[in-house]
Design a protein around this ligand. Structure first.
Ligand code: GLU
Length: 301
């Protein structure tokens, strides 16, 4: 089988409607992919926090802005066997260990000297078989990666070389659900995604993901962690901040085309109120001059 052609992607969690911050990130991901001759994939990260019907509404809103994507849309819930196979491989290679810690035990454990702040303290890393059998009878186990490094460097189109912490992060949660960091890496590699454009709140996850990709024999993707959209108080925009989804905005007379114009203006790609389409934006888009500051969105009242 031929390897999938290179692609960028947008990977929403279908937990509700996308707000204008999520939509702006999707537009940027599409523009980056388009500007670099890549395909564009959408992946529904539906392993948890799913609100039924959100996927369809999210796709509808993305299409209303003019985005197009390669079919089929990938649903993580349909790829459990793939994640399992990768975990089995890592287990067989001795790169994992079972962890029985509660969140509280992790917080309360003394951290290992020189370990990055907030890193897994190593409690279950080197237990004896007898200790494991005992702990296993008390709580179901999560599976953690035996990282053997404490940091990793990624290349980001906006941040340059970025070095961040890598610890023994969770691959499979103790309810059997594949963890976000595992699924992202397995999916990006399997679907030919070699460009990851997403909000810069996820920059600190990139070193873990790129490290895991490398361990699995994949070349890490090129990253672009883009500025977030904030509310008036400077916090990350959220749905409770008012009219922030396309449906809310439509109720205030702002249609999808006007919402796209607002996003374009915030990116320095259009004048205030100028009607634009995604293909016009694609002509104007230059990744090297992308705005580096967050956009403060004030919803209509
Ligand atoms: N599903 C994640 C989110 O909606 C994004 C994951 C990613 O882009 O790697 O925040």
């Amino acid at each position: 089988m031929l390897p999938p052609s290179p692609a960028g992607r947008f990977a929403p969690s279908p937990s509700g409607d996308l707000h204008i911050g999520n939509l702006r990130t999707a537009v940027l991901a599409w523009l980056f992919a388009h500007a670099t001759g890549r395909g564009f994939a959408i992946r529904m990260e539906d392993l948890d926090r799913v609100r039924p019907g959100s996927d369809v509404r999210q796709l509808r809103d993305l299409a209303a802005l003019g985005l197009s994507w390669d079919e089929p849309v990938v649903y993580q819930s349909q790829r459990l066997e793939e994640y399992r196979a990768v975990v089995d491989e890592l287990v067989a290679a001795g790169r994992t260990f079972e962890c029985y810690c509660t969140r509280r035990e992790i917080l309360e454990a003394p951290s290992a000297p020189h370990a990055p702040q907030g890193a897994y303290p190593g409690t279950c890393r080197d237990l004896s078989e007898a200790q494991r059998a005992q702990r296993r009878s008390e709580r179901p186990a999560a599976i953690r990666l035996r990282a053997e490094v404490s940091s990793f460097t990624v290349h980001d189109l906006l941040y340059g070389e970025f070095t961040g912490d890598v610890d023994d992060f969770v691959l499979v949660r103790n309810d059997g659900t594949p963890a976000y960091n595992l699924a992202v890496v397995v999916d990006d590699a399997a679907t030919g995604v070699d460009q990851v454009v997403r909000g810069d709140d996820l920059l600190s996850s990139a070193p873990r993901q790129a490290f895991l990709a490398t361990l699995l024999g994949h070349r890490p993707p090129e990253y672009a962690h883009v500025p977030m959209v904030l509310n008036r108080s400077g916090a990350r925009l959220a749905k409770r901040n008012g009219a922030v989804t396309l449906t809310d905005l439509a109720g205030h007379g702002v249609d999808a085309a006007s919402a796209l114009s607002m996003m374009a203006e915030s990116l320095g790609l259009a004048a205030a109120g100028e009607p634009v389409t995604l293909s016009v934006l694609a002509e104007r888009f230059d990744p090297s001059t992308l705005v580096r500051t967050p956009w403060v969105f004030v919803p209509p009242e």
